[in-house]
Design a protein around this ligand. Structure first.
Ligand SMILES: Cc1cc2nc3c(=O)[nH]c(=O)nc-3n(C[C@H](O)[C@H](O)[C@H](O)COP(=O)(O)OP(=O)(O)OC[C@H]3O[C@@H](n4cnc5c(N)ncnc54)[C@H](O)[C@@H]3O)c2cc1C
Length: 390
């Protein structure tokens, strides 16, 4: 696994924005990723899923639920904990592993902590935080685009149940999840008609659909969830009826910060790999590093990534201090994945043929960074969010 970027390390962002506990957590995660992810992830890429045992192992090591409050059994590490986790997973250069784990622990299950009541937390959180019950977030639908107010999966109240009908698509962890956090329409059109449910695998009326083969994020499992008169107990509704959109947006703010952190991790790894490659690659009586054009490339990309990372850490620290992260999340999500895509393109270029060969780290980063500009709120959707406040 690639070393860190010495220039970015020398900025001492960890010292400024993180606590000693966050820094210790980073050490544990970095070692875990180096020893338990990187050697095995190529096999997970081929199987298009992260094995269940990885979640259980991370649970046993206390690496799940880092951003959950301590009183809910979590790590109490806040948004900065999620940033450290996502950055280190991104640094593995396996974006699929990063997405599969972060969807489980941060982007879906955190709703239990935020919107759930005591009984729901007691019922679900032990399995989630121990990694024995894997989670997925089911929002996207085949006929509803980034405009989440158009979601149509229906939830009709019937006695002590809701009956869910419709199809969710592009669900990370669809085939491996035990708990699906499903946004469904309990009321009229628009954002106020949506509610949030936990649908447990094995509930009659729920089934899988297609599994998608993807250009990148290959070790993450992506599929469909089909709901056909699926009777979900009313006690599995998180929060009040009609509150689903609000909870979803709060979750998406957190997700967008996490995805920006994954991008930073991928970018740092690609830069470190590429710098090492340029220094070692013989050319013209020296190495490629002797060419100023290529050295400047690495310097320019490092400076851009360092600026992006500074804003990321600043935003996470503010969120932990209680600030509303909405604008920060949109700014980070609209910019950092784009910066890292440019970076990845350039890293492939200066790695020459080596950067185009399947399985090389920079080739994978270039594929995996691509989706970070699309998923969880595309660059364009985020720019719209920013423009609304201008
Ligand atoms: C690998 C993978 C994993 C995923 N995981 C999950 C998951 O776990 N759970 C889940 O619910 N969903 C998941 N998704 C769905 C993902 O979040 C969406 O694909 C993404 O948000 C984009 O939405 P869309 O595909 O509907 O694109 P569309 O909304 O149809 O967008 C198409 C194009 O229009 C542009 N566009 C959209 N809105 C605007 C705007 N306001 N202004 C200008 N241009 C705009 C977009 O940027 C894009 O270029 C996943 C998708 C993939 C491929």
């Amino acid at each position: 696994m690639a070393a860190s970027n010495r220039v970015i390390d020398s900025l001492r962002l960890d010292d400024t924005f993180l606590t000693e506990e966050h820094r210790a957590l980073r050490d544990v995660l970095r070692r875990y990723v180096r020893e338990r992810v990187v050697p095995y992830a190529p096999a997970w890429e081929s199987r298009m899923r992260v094995p269940d045992e990885v979640f259980a192992e991370m649970g046993d090591l206390g690496l799940l639920g880092l951003s959950f409050p301590v009183e809910h059994g979590g790590g109490g590490a806040g948004t900065r904990g999620a940033v450290v986790l996502n950055e280190e997973l991104g640094r593995s250069t396996f974006g699929g592993v990063a997405s599969s784990v972060s969807v489980h622990t941060d982007f879906s299950a955190l709703h239990l902590s935020r919107a759930g009541d005591g009984e729901q937390r007691r019922r679900f959180l032990p399995g989630v935080l121990s990694g024995r019950r894997i989670c997925a977030l089911a929002v996207t639908e085949p006929d509803a685009s980034s405009d989440l107010t158009r979601l149509t999966v229906r939830a009709r109240r019937d006695g002590d149940c809701y009956v869910l009908d419709g199809r969710k698509t592009f669900i990370t962890n669809a085939n491996i999840a035990d708990l699906f956090f499903v946004v469904a329409r309990t009321g009229g059109p628009g954002r106020h008609g949506l509610s949030l449910f936990v649908v447990e695998r094995g509930t009659p009326g729920m089934a899988g659909g297609r599994t998608f083969e993807k250009t990148g994020w290959r070790s993450s499992d992506t599929g469909e969830l089909v709901l056909d008169r699926c009777r979900v107990p009313a006690r599995n509704r998180l929060g009040e009826e009609g509150e689903g959109f609000g909870w979803l947006m709060r979750g998406l703010d957190h997700e967008r910060i996490g995805l920006a952190a994954q991008a930073v991790g991928l970018g740092e790894a690609a830069l470190a790999e590429t710098t090492a490659w340029l220094r070692a690659r013989p050319a013209y009586g020296g190495t490629l590093w002797d060419l100023q054009a290529l050295r400047h490339d690495m310097a320019r990309l490092t400076a851009r990534l360092a600026s992006a990372k500074t804003l990321l850490y600043h935003a996470a620290a503010l969120a932990d201090a209680g600030a509303d992260p909405r604008t920060h999340a949109a700014v980070l999500k609209s910019s950092i994945p784009e910066i890292v895509n440019d970076l990845a393109y350039r890293c492939v270029q200066v790695n020459g043929g080596n950067g185009f060969v399947a399985g090389s780290a920079v080739e994978r980063v270039a594929r995996d960074a691509r989706f970070l500009a699309i998923g969880g709120g595309s660059t364009e959707a985020m720019l719209d969010e920013i423009a609304r406040s201008l």
